[in-house]
Design a protein around this ligand. Structure first.
Ligand SMILES: *[C@@H]1O[C@H](CO)[C@@H](O)[C@H](O)[C@H]1NC(C)=O
Ligand SMILES: *[C@@H]1O[C@H](CO)[C@@H](O)[C@H](O)[C@H]1NC(C)=O
Ligand SMILES: *[C@@H]1O[C@H](CO)[C@@H](O)[C@H](O)[C@H]1NC(C)=O
Ligand SMILES: *[C@@H]1O[C@H](CO)[C@@H](O)[C@H](O)[C@H]1NC(C)=O
Length: 410
C-alpha cells in the first residue's frame, strides 16, 4: 500500500503532466442548512421559455426537479465546493423581523461597532412606504446582542426590537452608508428638486445630529446618490450616482452623466473615477484595495430594459487611486446585483433578486444565500455575522467567512 507521502508525490508528478484524476476528490460534509445544486441538471430544459414568459424580473429561478419551498428550507445553495469553506460546518439563517407591507429593510446596512448595532434604511419612492417626494425614507437600527441571542432559530420575528432613528437635520432619502471615523456616512438620494442629493455624516448616538459633507459637483446637483464606500489605501470616499430618484418620481430628470465619483476628504476635491454605466449602483473595494467592484443595474431604469446590464464590473485600482482595466466580473441570473461587498479573502457577495450570491475572485459562482425575494443589500457586521435586508423581512446569517473592514473607520 502506498504511503500518503508517495501518493502526494505521485499526484504532484501527474499534475505536472496535466493528469489530475489519480487522487479522487475528498467528499465533504454539507451543513444541514445547505444543499448542493447540480448545474448540469438544468443545462438542458424540455422547453425554454421566451423573454416575454421568463426574464430577469420573473420569479426567482427554480432549478429542475426542485421547488421554491425546498430552496427556502435549506437556504445555503452550494454551486461549487469552495462555498463549503465560506459556510463552515454550521452556518445559521434566521428571519429576525418582518413587516406586513412597508419595505423598511431596504439598503444602507451598516455596523456601528462601538455599540454593536446595525443601521439600515427604508425603501425611498416605494408606494407601500409612502416615501420619496413628500416623506423621506427613514433610518432604523437593531442591537446585535438581541439578534445573536436568536441565531439558532429559523424564525425569530417579534423577538428583536427595530428602532427608528430621528436624524437631525433629516437625511433626505438615505440609500447607502459606510463607517466613517467612528460615525456613519450616508449617500442620500435627495427629495424633490430643492433637497439636493448629498453625502451626510450621522452621529450614530443621540441626538443623531447630521452634518453635510458634500452636496454638489462644482455647483451642479447630483442625480440621486446611491451607494458609498471608502478606499482602504487612500481613505478617499467613492460613491455612485444613478438616477433612481427620477425612476421613482421623487427627483427631476437627470442633469449629469451617471457615474462613479471620488471625494478626497483632505482637500475637498471631487473627481470622476469611472463612467460608462447605465445605472452605477453598489460599490466596494477588495481587501487591501487592489480591486473596485461596481454594479450596474441599468436593466431597471425607465421600467424594465431587458438588454441593459445587470452586472458587476471590476476595476484595478492604481496606486494613485484611479480605476483602470474595466472587466465584466459577473452577470446575475436573478434580477439585479444591488449592494456588493467582499469578505476578508476577496470573495465577492452581491444582493440580488433571490438573496445574496457569492463569487470567488475569478467570478466563479460559488453559492447563494437564498431568501427567495429581493435582497437589495446586506453587510458583514463583525466576524462572520451578516445582516441581509429583504424589503419586508430582515435576516441574520452566520458564516465561517468574515467581513473586511477599514479599521480606522470603525
Ligand atoms: C427530474 O425528475 C424526473 C422524474 O423523476 C426524472 O426523469 C428526470 O431525470 C429528473 N431531471 C433531472 C434534471 O434531474
Ligand atoms: C417578463 O416576464 C414576466 C413573466 O414572468 C412578464 O409578465 C413580463 O411581461 C416580461 N417582461 C418583458 C419585458 O418581456
Ligand atoms: C405629494 O404631495 C402632493 C401635494 O400635497 C400631492 O399632490 C402628491 O400626490 C403627493 N405625492 C405622493 C407620491 O404622495
Ligand atoms: C453632533 O453634535 C456634536 C455636538 O455639537 C458635534 O461635536 C458633532 O460633530 C456633531 N456630529 C455630526 C455628525 O453632526
Amino acid at each position: 500500500m502506498a504511503s500518503l507521502r508517495s501518493l502526494a508525490t505521485a499526484a504532484a508528478l501527474l499534475g505536472q503532466y496535466g493528469v489530475y484524476a489519480a487522487v479522487p476528490p475528498v467528499k465533504r460534509a454539507v451543513p444541514s442548512l445547505a444543499q448542493v445544486i447540480n448545474q448540469k441538471s438544468f443545462n438542458v430544459l424540455p422547453s425554454v421559455p421566451t423573454a416575454e414568459e421568463y426574464n430577469a424580473s420573473s420569479a426567482p429561478w427554480v432549478p429542475q426537479n426542485l421547488t421554491s419551498a425546498g430552496l427556502l428550507d435549506k437556504p445555503f445553495h452550494v454551486y461549487d465546493d469552495e462555498f463549503l469553506d465560506i459556510l463552515g460546518p454550521s452556518p445559521t439563517f434566521t428571519i429576525i423581523a418582518q413587516t406586513p407591507k412597508d419595505p423598511i429593510f431596504h439598503e444602507a446596512v451598516v455596523w456601528y461597532k462601538p455599540k454593536d448595532e446595525v443601521f439600515f434604511v427604508q425603501n425611498a419612492g416605494n408606494a407601500d412606504a409612502g416615501t420619496g417626494l413628500n416623506k423621506s425614507a427613514a433610518i432604523f437600527k437593531v442591537s446585535l446582542k438581541e439578534v445573536d441571542a436568536v441565531k439558532d432559530s429559523r424564525n425569530a420575528v417579534g423577538k428583536v426590537t427595530v428602532t427608528q432613528i430621528p436624524s437631525n437635520p433629516e437625511i433626505p432619502n438615505p440609500n447607502g452608508a459606510t463607517q466613517y471615523k467612528g460615525q456613519l456616512l450616508y449617500a442620500a438620494e435627495g427629495q424633490g428638486p430643492k433637497k439636493a442629493p448629498a453625502l451626510i455624516i450621522l452621529n450614530p448616538v443621540e441626538p443623531y445630529n447630521t452634518t453635510v459633507l458634500l452636496n454638489n459637483y462644482f455647483g451642479r446637483q447630483f442625480n440621486s446618490l446611491n451607494d458609498i464606500t471608502i478606499n482602504p489605501n487612500n481613505l478617499d470616499i467613492y460613491f455612485t450616482d444613478p438616477s433612481y430618484g427620477e425612476s421613482n418620481n421623487f427627483r427631476p430628470a437627470p442633469g449629469i452623466i451617471p457615474q462613479v465619483y471620488r471625494y478626497n476628504d483632505k482637500t475637498g476635491a471631487v473627481t470622476v473615477a469611472a463612467d460608462g454605466f447605465a445605472m452605477p449602483n453598489g460599490i466596494t473595494f477588495s481587501p487591501g484595495g487592489k480591486y473596485a467592484y461596481v454594479t450596474d443595474t441599468g436593466i431597471w431604469r425607465h421600467g424594465l430594459e431587458l438588454t441593459n446590464p445587470s452586472s458587476i464590473y471590476r476595476f484595478t485600482v492604481q496606486a494613485d487611486g484611479t480605476f483602470e482595466n474595466r472587466k465584466t466580473f459577473a452577470f446575475v441570473d436573478t434580477n439585479i446585483p444591488d449592494g456588493v461587498h467582499c469578505d476578508s479573502k476577496g470573495n465577492v457577495y452581491a444582493g440580488v433578486g433571490d438573496g445574496v450570491h457569492v463569487w470567488n475572485p475569478s467570478g466563479k459562482l460559488l453559492g447563494k444565500i437564498y431568501t427567495g425575494r429581493t435582497a437589495a443589500n446586506f453587510q458583514f457586521v463583525g466576524g462572520g455575522r451578516m445582516i441581509v435586508a429583504g424589503e419586508t423581512q430582515l435576516y441574520y446569517v452566520t458564516l465561517a467567512a468574515k467581513g473586511d473592514f477599514v479599521e480606522s473607520q470603525l
